[in-house]
Design a protein around this ligand. Sequence first.
Ligand code: ZN
Length: 242
Amino acid sequence: MQQTKVTVWNEYLHEVLSEEIAAIYPKGIHNCIAEFLEEAGMSTKTATLRMPEHGLTEEVLADTDVLIWWGHIAHDKVDDEIVQRVHDHVTKRGMGLIVLHSGHASKIFKKICGTDSECLKWRENGEKEILWGVNPSHPIMNGLPEKIILEQEETYGEHFLIPQPDELIFISWFSGGEVFRSGCCFNRGKGRIFYFKPGHEAYPIYYNPQIQQVIVNAVNWAKPVASPEIVYGHYTTPTKDM
Ligand code: ZN
């Protein structure tokens, strides 16, 4: 069987600008994620904001089954042309897209979901988060317990200004009292998109084996299937086929 090809994109600024964050992710969040995906048998590449074309050339995307996106402080530095290119690969070719944590405010997620940058509540005070699985038969729940406990995470709270997810996988509870739809699936054209909330840079979230399992499962769920060619625009019915 062909290996699933994953490109992990990270803006890669916190780890360069802050010694505290660099101590948690010495090789960057992107390499931490790529390493556990490799261990799960996937083939990975990484790409970062400061690479030419943010590392997301036509060639790289054409060779990507699933793109993972982590961004936070530099969403506005991402070129609109690259956002459109990613969008086209998702909707027209069926490339999967997994948007992590503060990627809710990225240009690509806003384009896909119609969210705004200010579309949820947040605070950083190390509260406990419990992610409750609310869709146990879904492939993203494969091998997972009914809840995942993170002793310290950034709090996100409803209301989350997104369209109704096509499938809701997790709802998070926080010790401060908020709840949040923390695992949401969307279908757009040929593409599958999964938004997954955990992963604030100041906590070692992506070393958690259950969080890793969710991301591995999400890649397997989001990778392209052999879907039919779709034609948009003016269309002359090919009557001989009817
Ligand atoms: Zn954060």
